[in-house]
Ligand binder design. Structure first.
Ligand SMILES: *Cc1c(COP(=O)(O)O)cnc(C)c1O
Length: 372
């Protein structure tokens, strides 16, 4: 079996280092908001290139609190993509605002900046671009639109730590960058976790208060907030892993290019395209393939752990039925939803395994065609 992700191989590489740090935390008696949390926040901000960063419970919290800090809520609209994980949109709903979905770009799976302006109304307050699968969204155009229409920008960087657009890391373009340390992400913890980045002191202070039950001073609460912290064990683990992230992202990229080369002689497979002037970190390696569902099923039976991210676009989820979207509203999103399939992708994946994956995908596709 070649799994979509094998976290145990990474552990084999760095387990000793992690065990040492974790044992030290256990013995220290300091489990929340300790020295590792503080150090990680500084190291993370340095890495990304933002002024501030704050550890939180999850990427979902980062997105939700970003909108709260920007005073976005009831009666407001936030533009985003429907081709993403549900948390991008549920953060908007949790803040009390309404998601407005814009179709994707044909090549990159990310929001099409040329379709954003048509979706802007007097109620629009912000845009949430998602750097899906580790590929930066078109941040030049998006920031330009936001400036011209006086909109805030919250970047969903949960799949894209380390990705760059025109030499600048994602998470530094908008008002906030939101990151997840869910174990399957490129920088994954060993439990839940998240981080928010920003470079504005006032906005940062607001996040600090919101995540502390709405109060900057202990036991004094000015507004409704939440409890959201990154625990010390996760922070210690993530500090070790942050030292490797560039190496791991590079290995992912090399694996992606190896897949591209192996698929090159099979025009029936559409391999991922990169937006110009970017550094893509391949959280997923996602192809487009016909007879997708049958191929996917055959791959599972033949030992290849492919996955569908995501089987239902967000505008057609039951969760959003009151928004009134119907089939056909976002044609490119709906088309790609039926074609995409993500293949095994992680830094330690071997060239041999990749050859097996490609061979198996091609064989399975042929089987579906013969069956018809
Ligand atoms: C993982 C993910 C999230 C949510 O992160 P959690 O830490 O699981 O809450 C949000 N958006 C995208 C695109 C993600 O991939």
């Amino acid at each position: 079996m070649i799994p979509i992700l094998d976290s145990k191989r990474q552990y084999a590489q760095i387990g000793k280092e992690i065990e040492k740090e974790v044992l030290e935390v256990l013995a220290s008696g300091s489990y929340i908001l300790g020295k590792h949390n503080k150090a990680l926040q500084e190291e993370f901000a340095n890495y990304v290139g933002s002024k501030y960063s704050l550890g939180l419970n999850s990427g979902t919290d980062a997105l939700h609190l970003a909108l709260r800090a920007l005073n976005i809520g009831r009666g407001d609209e936030v533009i985003t993509t429907a081709f993403t994980f549900v948390a991008t949109a549920s953060a908007i709903g949790l803040a009390g605002a309404t998601p407005v979905f814009v179709d994707i770009d044909e090549n990159t799976f990310n929001i099409d900046p040329d379709k954003i302006e048509a979706a802007i109304t007097p109620k629009t307050k912000a845009i949430i671009p998602v750097h899906l699968y580790g590929q930066p969204a078109a941040m030049d155009k998006i920031m330009d639109i936001a400036k011209r229409h006086n909109l805030k920008v919250v970047e969903d960087c949960c799949q894209a730590i380390g990705a760059e657009y025109k030499g600048q890391k994602v998470g530094t373009f908008g008002d906030f960058g939101c990151f997840s340390f869910y174990p399957t992400k490129n920088l994954g913890g060993m439990g839940d976790g998240g981080m928010i980045t920003c470079s504005d002191q006032a906005l940062f202070d607001r996040i600090v208060a919101l995540r502390n039950h709405g109060g900057a001073i202990r036991y004094y609460h000015d507004e409704l907030g939440v409890n959201s912290r990154l625990d010390e064990i996760q922070a210690a683990i993530l500090r070790v892993k942050l030292n490797y992230i560039d190496e791991w992202n590079k290995a992912r990229q090399e694996n992606a290019y190896r897949y591209n080369a192996l698929f090159a002689k099979y025009p029936e497979i559409e391999t991922p395209k990169e937006i110009e002037n970017s550094y893509c970190v391949y959280h997923q390696y996602t192809i487009k393939i016909e007879n997708r569902d049958e191929v996917h099923k055959l791959l599972q039976e033949n030992g290849v752990g492919a996955m569908i991210y995501y089987p239902v676009p967000l505008h057609l989820q039951k969760l959003h039925k009151e928004l009134g979207y119907k089939v056909g509203d976002l044609p490119l999103t709906e088309k790609d939803t039926k074609l995409v399939m993500s293949l095994p992708m992680f830094p330690e994946l071997t060239a041999e395994e990749q050859e097996t994956v490609v061979e198996t995908v091609i064989n399975c596709l042929r089987m579906t065609k013969q069956a018809v």
